[in-house]
Design a protein around this ligand. Structure first.
Ligand SMILES: Nc1ncnc2c1ncn2[C@@H]1O[C@H](COP(=O)(O)OP(=O)(O)OP(=O)(O)O)[C@@H](O)[C@H]1O
Ligand SMILES: [Mg+2]
Length: 515
């Protein structure tokens, strides 16, 4: 049995990841995604920033070259060509990295890279395909048109090229001419910078990822430790051993402490409930066993006699009858208490209070005429209640009062009063020995009796007041025992749902009139 009630950890087809690994995986995903977004932004930003810088430099170079040509004192085309080649030669650029050219219509281009402009056949080490590509490039460079273009150069790679036209005014024998100037700069610096950015990002990203994973694992382990401890405690709990508790230090996270407290509180309540349940079952079995033992004993006595006299049979029959009805009552009471915990325990209806109490009181007093019964004035109105259960509760209270008063002289009182608005109070009092002050709470417990010996002799199991309390609570009401004015017990049963009847309209007194 103990094993059967042990808490089981559900089995999953795929074992779920531990909290710390989930945390680490989440951190890794977030870090990778955010790094990727940042990397793309920085990578592209670096590229466009450098390209912009190159374009500005090219514009400046083209301006200077154009201005040199336009403002030269050359009076012939060949003199202008000399100015151009002089300018190009004077530039500090290394020939492999920068391209400069000037095209005067009708003449060969002046440039620092003449091989790019003259279509040739394949020379040493070059394939026909490579040479064809170079020739295509030459045609592209010679083509008219202005503005920026990016071209693929065979040795340099990508080249940013700015082409402009410059108007050289007529001077000497030379008519005014439109000259094309071109300035080019390789984009290798851009891709180099982007490579540096990529490498830096990769390195920093890997270091950050490793650090974040370790930190996430450490945090995850720290966070999940209390949960693991709770799971261990939960696994140790079974119906027989509810003594384990989680001891969370004050240094732990607030949520964890709250959870641990709630968990411990739940265990306290479970322990109480189990203890109550065990006591209830033990008491119930004990109460049932007593009449069963009596029946068995009497039947054995009868069986031992070969020819029992008829009066002996009658005596045993009466005894067995009494014990059976005692068992029946006990079982009914137990069933009622069990049902009182279900939601559909009551059948609420509008109970006309005056008629209900009067009829009930008559039924009590008809059977018991050896005591003085007093019923106080009844408030007019209706009560939202289950009449059968309410009758049962009052019957239990009056039954107790009768049981604890002396036949012939005992007094039993029932008062029904209006309490706070919407509430009604039933007060049952007697002049018996009363309930000792320290027992006034306990008498509402199941199977609790103040005087066990006498109660058992009178047949009471100690369930009557527990049933009254269950009925009161099912009606959202309350019940309590106090010291009565008659010296005996005084039990108050208070219920909500009372609606007073409207008072009948008072008729105005007819005025005396003088005839
Ligand atoms: N009017 C009373 N005067 C004195 N003691 C009372 C009175 N009513 C109840 N008690 C005490 O409270 C105990 C619990 O009452 P309760 O009605 O629950 O049980 P019972 O009367 O002993 O048994 P049952 O009602 O199940 O037949 C009683 O055993 C008795 O000791
Ligand atoms: Mg009773």
């Amino acid at each position: 049995m103990r094993g059967a009630s042990r808490l089981r950890v559900p089995r999953y087809a795929v074992r779920p990841l531990e909290l710390r690994w989930r945390l680490a995986a989440s951190v890794a995903v977030v870090l990778i995604v955010s790094s990727a977004v940042t990397f793309i932004a920085v990578y592209r930003g670096t590229g466009s920033q450098l390209r912009h810088q190159i374009d500005t430099e090219l514009a400046g170079d083209a301006d200077v070259l154009g201005h040199t040509l336009a403002s030269s004192r050359a009076r012939s085309t060949s003199a202008l060509q000399n100015v151009a080649s002089g300018y190009i030669r004077a530039q500090p650029f290394s020939a492999s990295s920068t391209l400069l050219f000037v095209i005067l219509p009708g003449t060969a281009p002046v440039t620092n890279r003449p091989e790019l402009f003259s279509p040739q056949s394949a020379d040493d080490g070059e394939s026909d395909a490579q040479q064809a590509e170079e020739n295509g490039l030459a045609a592209l460079l010679l083509r008219a048109g202005t503005g920026y273009v990016t071209v693929q150069m065979p040795d340099i790679g990508k080249l940013r090229l700015l082409r402009r036209t410059v108007r050289v005014p007529a001077r000497g024998s030379m008519p005014a001419r439109t000259v094309t100037v071109g300035v080019g700069e390789p984009l290798a610096t851009v891709s180099r910078a982007q490579d540096v950015v990529s490498r830096a990002f990769l390195l920093a990203g890997l270091i950050a990822l490793a650090g974040a994973l370790l930190a996430a694992l450490a945090i995850g382990t720290r966070l999940s430790n209390p949960l693991r401890r709770m799971a261990a405690v939960a696994a140790e709990i079974d119906a027989g051993d509810l003594h384990h508790r989680i001891h969370e230090t004050d240094r732990g996270a607030r949520e964890v402490r709250v959870l641990a407290e709630a968990f411990n509180h739940m265990l306290d309540r479970l322990a109480d409930a189990f203890a109550g349940q065990r006591a209830f079952v033990a008491d119930a079995s004990h109460e049932l066993r007593t009449p069963l033992t009596v029946i068995q004993g009497q039947l054995e006595v009868l069986a031992a006699q070969r020819h029992p006299p008829p009066e002996e049979i009658r005596r045993v029959e009466q005894l067995v009858q009494a014990e059976v009805s005692r068992i029946t009552r006990l079982v009914d009471d137990l069933l009622l208490l069990a049902r009182s915990e279900q939601t559909a325990f009551l059948r609420i209806e509008s109970v006309p209070l005056e008629r209900f109490v009067t009829e009930l009181w008559d039924s009590f007093t008809l059977l018991e005429d050896k005591r003085s019964f007093e019923l106080g004035p009844l408030p007019a109105g209706t009560l939202q209640a289950d009449p059968d259960r309410l009758a049962q509760a009052l019957r239990n209270l009056v039954g107790n009062a009768i049981a604890h008063t002396t036949p012939g002289s005992g007094r039993v009182l029932l008062h029904v009063e209006r309490g706070v608005p919407g509430w009604v109070r039933f007060v049952v009092q007697d002049d018996g020995p009363g309930i000792p002050e320290d027992q006034r709470e306990l008498v509402f417990e199941r199977f609790h009796r103040t005087d066990t010996g006498r109660a058992r002799a009178s047949g009471g199991a100690g369930l009557g007041l527990a049933i009254v309390r269950a009925i009161a609570e099912a009606h959202h009401g309350r019940v309590r025992a106090t010291a009565g004015a008659l010296g005996g017990a005084r039990i108050e049963l208070e219920l909500p749902g009372f609606m007073a009847a409207p008072r009948p309209l008072e008729r105005p007194e007819p005025h005396a009139t003088n005839a």
